[in-house]
Design a protein around this ligand. Structure first.
Ligand SMILES: [Zn+2]
Length: 147
């Protein structure tokens, strides 16, 4: 999905727009790139993932459901620590494996190192004898902001 998150000047998340819309905002200098996709460009700009408004916009509403699930978000939430061995994590493990209907949700995914991910394979933590060191939670906006 190529939607770009727009955040307020105070870093509060506002809404999502298409990449084209985000680029128009960058061209008009109403927004700046806050987070970009590595190694991807669109025209003269790095491919934006998050753009930040230059001027603060007063809003009467905020997202209440919390941030949408993403792989990068899971790694940030878990401080890139493996849920099984505590080592540095670079992959996402589905606690109930995808092959068995596990979904991409905050509660069903956790950061894991490559080794543990391979070892666990298509099993649940209980089946694999690999207890989770922490419960995966739904992060609030604050947990993902500023990291
Ligand atoms: Zn590990």
């Amino acid at each position: 999905m190529d939607a770009v998150l727009v955040i307020n000047a105070d870093l509060g998340p506002l809404h999502r727009v298409t990449v084209q819309h985000a680029v128009r905002m960058l061209c008009r200098r109403v927004a700046e790139i806050h987070e970009a996709e590595p190694d991807r460009v669109i025209g003269v700009f790095p491919m934006p993932r998050v753009v930040r408004l230059v001027r603060y916009v007063v809003t009467r509403w905020r997202f209440s459901a919390g941030p949408a699930w993403s792989r990068a978000g899971v790694l940030r939430r878990d401080d890139r620590c493996c849920a099984y061995c505590g080592g540095p994590a670079s992959t996402i493990d589905h606690i109930l494996p995808r092959s068995r209907g596990g979904r991409n949700t905050w509660r069903n995914t956790t950061a894991a190192c490559y080794g543990c991910n391979q070892r666990k394979g298509d099993r649940t933590p209980a089946e694999a004898g690999m207890p989770l060191r922490r419960e995966p939670v739904n992060p609030g906006w604050a947990a993902l902001a500023g990291r």
